[in-house]
Design a protein around this ligand. Structure first.
Ligand code: ATP
Length: 202
């Protein structure tokens, strides 16, 4: 029997937006994922010094993002352990929790471009069965250079094709805090949550 395929989608999700949902849904479709767990990172090492919304608000928003989709679930793997939350440790714990499944890590093109700088990246790649990457406007992916730096990546990298989405959480936070339109970059219930709780008002 073929092994089940589990997607792992790590992020800050401040807030989760339609770019995240499209990436997760296209990856499921194109890579044949059975389930995808969304891993909320409390304090990402690469975002130190940046202001991040509370873990409670981000948890509530990820729950709102995935609640209609039975193939998506929220993982507390990084919330339940002390930081720093490096992805290599996250996937190693998930491998122990799901020893019989193939693990596919999902990311945008900006993260892929940065991958050679990730902490203990070889170990991270060795644990995984695949990477699902969706291009992002402005990313600069040089596949040859990436494969030279990370030889294990060549057999594991799968591009998830989708229209380029110029949507980022940072842009949504900025628009919300400066009174510009941001509503339709989000699911309606997440827009409601943000506007009622005035999460991004300075
Ligand atoms: P911020 O703008 O605050 O840095 P973000 O929008 O990049 O946030 P994250 O939670 O940091 O969101 O992203 C989680 C993952 O989703 C990352 O791998 C990121 O590359 C990917 N991602 C986010 N937005 C998009 C998008 N529009 N297209 C493709 N991938 C995306």
């Amino acid at each position: 029997m073929a092994k089940k395929r589990l997607g792992i989608f790590g992020g800050t999700f401040d807030p989760p937006h339609v770019g995240h949902l499209i990436l997760a849904a296209e990856a499921r479709d194109q890579l044949g994922l059975d389930c995808t767990i969304w891993v909320l990172t409390p304090n990402p090492p690469h975002k130190q010094g940046k202001e991040i919304s509370s873990i409670e608000d981000r948890l509530a928003m990820v729950e709102l993002a995935i609640q209609d989709d039975e193939d998506f679930s929220l993982s507390y793997v990084d919330i339940d352990r002390p930081g720093p939350h490096y992805s290599v440790d996250t996937v190693s714990i998930l491998k122990q929790q799901y020893p019989d499944q193939e693990l596919f890590y999902l990311m945008g093109g900006d993260s892929l471009q940065d991958l050679p700088h990730w902490y203990r990246v070889s170990e991270f790649l060795n644990i995984l069965d695949g990477i699902g990457a969706m291009r992002r406007p402005g990313d600069e992916i040089d596949q040859t250079a990436l494969f030279n730096q990370l030889p294990q990546l060549e057999d594991k990298l799968n591009f998830v094709t989708a229209p380029l989405l110029e949507i980022s959480a940072e842009q949504i936070r900025r628009r919300a805090s400066t009174g510009h339109a941001y509503r339709y970059y989000l699911l309606p219930r997440i827009y409601r949550y943000i506007s009622e709780k005035m999460i991004y008002q300075s």
